[in-house]
Write a protein that binds this ligand. Structure first.
Ligand code: MG
Length: 156
């Protein structure tokens, strides 16, 4: 089965920028109830989507004080547990980040390593691509960041 996830967060000055569990030095960061890790949020929806298990908002509502400032790795761990409980395993994860700045190339390996560890995958089964929005639209104006993730899940 294939799962697809998408997420977007607003960017603002003075907020932290956490992408796939890596805190990236940046004058602007994501505005969010949790740590605002747009990549891990898209990953959670991809994992849940593969088995039609709902979406991140159903499992971790942003009105719940338990998730205020929460590390989004908790959400991924929960989704991975649900996949295992359904007697399935993750085959691969493919991520695309759309962010105008900063450049994330220096952090890509660490980001892949974090996702690989959370999903129980070897590094070569986790892809991380990044692009800008060519200064077009709200991503291009540095008002927001997008992430898209697909994954494959198979029965054990
Ligand atoms: Mg989100």
């Amino acid at each position: 089965m294939v799962g697809f996830g998408f997420d977007v967060h607003r960017l603002a000055e003075g907020e932290s920028l956490v992408l796939a569990g890596v805190t990236i030095p940046s004058p602007i960061g994501t505005v969010a109830h949790s740590d605002g890790d747009v990549l891990l949020h898209a990953l959670v929806d991809a994992l849940l989507g593969a088995l039609a298990l709902g979406d991140i908002g159903e499992h971790f509502p942003d009105t719940d004080p338990r998730w205020k400032g929460a590390a989004s790795s908790l959400f991924v761990e929960h989704a991975v547990e649900m996949i295992r409980a359904a007697k399935c395993r993750i085959i691969n994860v493919d991520c695309t980040l759309v962010l105008e700045s900063p450049k994330i190339l220096p952090y890509k390996v660490q980001m892949r390593e974090n996702i690989a560890k959370l999903c129980g995958l070897p590094l070569e089964r986790v892809a991380m691509k990044a692009t800008t929005s060519e200064r077009i639209g709200y991503v291009g104006r540095k008002e927001g960041v997008h992430a898209w993730v697909i994954c494959e899940v198979q029965p054990e």
